[in-house]
Write a protein of this length. Structure first.
Lengths: 293, 289
């Protein structure tokens, strides 16, 4: 194989990049472009042919109040979950880098929920909310728990938030721990010699130096929460009365249950644009706040 | 003297605050682990004891393994476990192979087409699966009729995983693999493919570990994509068969608890042995991405 001829170069490219490129195009790029095309058709998922219908699907998306309701609910879910995840993860990371006994065991333990898929986590918590907590509530006479959270629309929403925070706080914690360990020791020493209190050190030294960790954690938690599906399906299944259907579940049902593929795909795109706009803004703002030690 | 007193006071304070931290953390740990413990405890109890007293540790009639026997059989645990294993192992091995080769090629050959493809892969990483799933089913199901094959799912896993893996390998090869080693091999008459497998790939162990951890966790636990591709029960992975089992035996709490324990246990056992590698893999992956 002569690597200097055009043919040789092409062969080399095929060997090294060919397989990855084929999979990537066939699974990501082509479906993505085809998805844009789908939003202009009336395909029902079964019939072999479909018609070009112009912007009908987009009009349908704007008229689909259920979709906007689901998107709004998702937005609320994202705001509460992301805030709580990151506050708790940051506190955990702070505590677990201060030299407490059993530090590394505790880190591993808090991370555990992330080893298990959202479907299983949802089922586990579904039993906790509908049986275990109810039993506690009835025995100790705590009205908050004496009825299953999953049968009340507001409480079912909070159940989703609780499980999400429980799962991802351990994940973001280990990223914050990496951030804490990356703060140079000499800067911290200088601060303590200058008489900084613990709080002042966190506020003026550690926080600014950890901006990159915040950017990553916010990005990951925003993206994952927006796209929640597995947990939504297994914990509440959108119930009670369809009150906890998040955007991704709505898209799934629109396409695969109602067989309105074009409209479903249009809604998926809108969801994508919302998430992309929010995460990119967040990264852009975060990068501006970065400082060097 | 004064200095010394100050020190002891500081020391006591530090000790006291450390004790407070330990107490807070232990309490939190208990809360975090409680859901797992509740499921574990109830999986050894009969149905009546589960429903009436979910928080009692042991069934008044003594512990039972009946739930496990039932879940093991009805879920076809061995088969779904094998399905999950085959799909995960083959997908991850292929991702590592094709992504490391691509990343190496992109770093060493500064061609226009390489830059364009790399930029496309980076951009595509922000596309969530939900935007692809409908056209994916339409193409592979409606038009090609390729659903219900493990190979199709593996192919798709590779397609979805490759961009991120190329990105992680690219970052490491660029800074961590010196060209000088390869030049020596070229003089010895090795071609590019041999150089990659004999010299470069062995140097990528740490990065390969990172990619393995991230992709195993993702593929082993993935639900949505497999649920769209695999509809035959004999092909189900563990998350799919757990979901199906839960749907069929909704009121048989004991069997469900046992099923949840069975699906969780393999991962936990692996975690006990590999926690350091898993955690550093997740950190490395997140920080690079």
């Amino acid at each position: 194989m002569n690597e200097n001829t055009k043919r040789g170069k092409f062969l080399l490219f095929l060997i090294f990049v060919g397989p990855a490129l084929l999979c990537f195009f066939a699974v990501v790029i082509v479906p993505f472009l085809y998805g844009i095309y789908l939003t202009f058709t009336n395909w029902d998922g079964i019939s072999p042919n479909h018609d070009f219908v112009g912007f009908t699907n987009y009009v349908a998306v704007f008229r689909d109040s259920e979709f906007w309701k689901a998107l709004l609910l998702t937005l609320q879910y994202v705001v509460f979950s992301v805030l709580l995840i990151n506050v708790i993860a940051f506190i955990l990371a702070y505590l677990l880098t201060s030299g407490v006994k059993g530090q590394s065991f505790l880190r591993s333990a808090f991370f555990t929920p992330n080893l298990i898929g959202g479907i299983i986590l949802g089922f586990i918590w579904s039993f906790v909310f509908s049986r275990a907590l109810v039993s506690v509530g009835q025995t100790l006479n705590i009205p908050l728990f004496s009825q299953s959270w999953l049968t009340d629309p507001t409480k079912a929403f909070w159940a989703l938030v609780v499980v999400t925070v429980w799962q991802y706080s351990g994940y973001m914690m280990i990223i914050y721990i990496a951030g804490f360990t990356g703060v140079p020791k000499d800067v911290l020493e200088a601060a303590s010699i200058d008489g900084c209190t613990g709080f002042q050190t966190v506020r003026h030294i550690i926080l600014p130096l950890m901006v990159p960790s915040f950017v990553i954690c916010l990005f990951l938690s925003i993206q994952r929460c927006f796209m929640v599906y597995d947990l939504n399906l297994s914990l509440t299944g959108g119930e009670p009365y369809g009150s906890t259907i998040m955007a991704a579940m709505h898209v799934y049902q629109k396409a695969f249950l109602s067989k309105q593929y074009g409209t479903g795909q249009g809604e998926a795109f809108i969801l994508f644009l919302v998430v992309a706009a929010i995460t990119l803004t967040q990264i852009y703002l975060g990068k501006q706040k970065e400082v060097d030690a | 003297m004064k200095q010394k007193i100050n020190n002891t006071i500081g020391g006591k304070k530090a000790k006291a605050s450390s004790a407070v931290k330990t107490v807070i953390l232990s309490a939190l740990l208990l809360v975090y682990m409680l859901p797992f413990l509740i499921i574990l405890v109830n999986s050894f109890k009969g149905k009546r004891a589960i429903v009436r007293t979910p928080l009692v540790l042991i069934d008044p009639h003594g512990p039972t393994v009946q739930n496990f026997v039932k879940a093991f059989e009805k879920m076809d645990f061995v088969k779904s476990f094998m399905n999950s294993t085959v799909i995960t192992v083959v997908s991850v091995a292929l991702i590592i192979l094709v992504a490391s080769m691509t990343a190496y090629f992109f770093v060493r050959k500064n061609w226009m087409i390489n830059k364009v493809i790399f930029a496309m892969m980076l951009t595509a990483m922000i596309i969530p699966f939900q935007v692809i799933m409908i056209p994916l089913v339409s193409i592979y199901g409606g038009q090609l009729g390729l659903l219900d094959h493990r190979a199709t799912l593996i192919f798709m896993n590779v397609g979805f995983g490759v961009a991120m893996a190329v990105f992680i390998y690219h970052g490491f090869i660029k800074t961590g693999v010196p060209v000088s080693l390869e030049e020596a091999a070229t003089i010895d008459g090795c071609n590019q493919v041999q150089i990659f497998f004999k010299i470069v790939f062995p140097l990528l162990k740490a990065t390969t570990a990172t990619v393995t951890v991230l992709d195993v966790l993702w593929i082993w636990n993935d639900y949505l994509l497999p649920s769209l591709v695999l509809t035959k029960k004999s092909l189900f992975t563990l998350p799919l068969s757990t979901y199906a089992f839960y749907g069929t035996y909704t009121i048989d709490y004991g069997a469900i608890m046992a099923a949840l324990v069975l699906t969780t246990i393999p991962v936990i056992i692996l975690y006990i042995f590999l926690q350091k590698q898993i955690i550093s893999g997740v950190v490395a992956g997140a920080v690079k991405a």
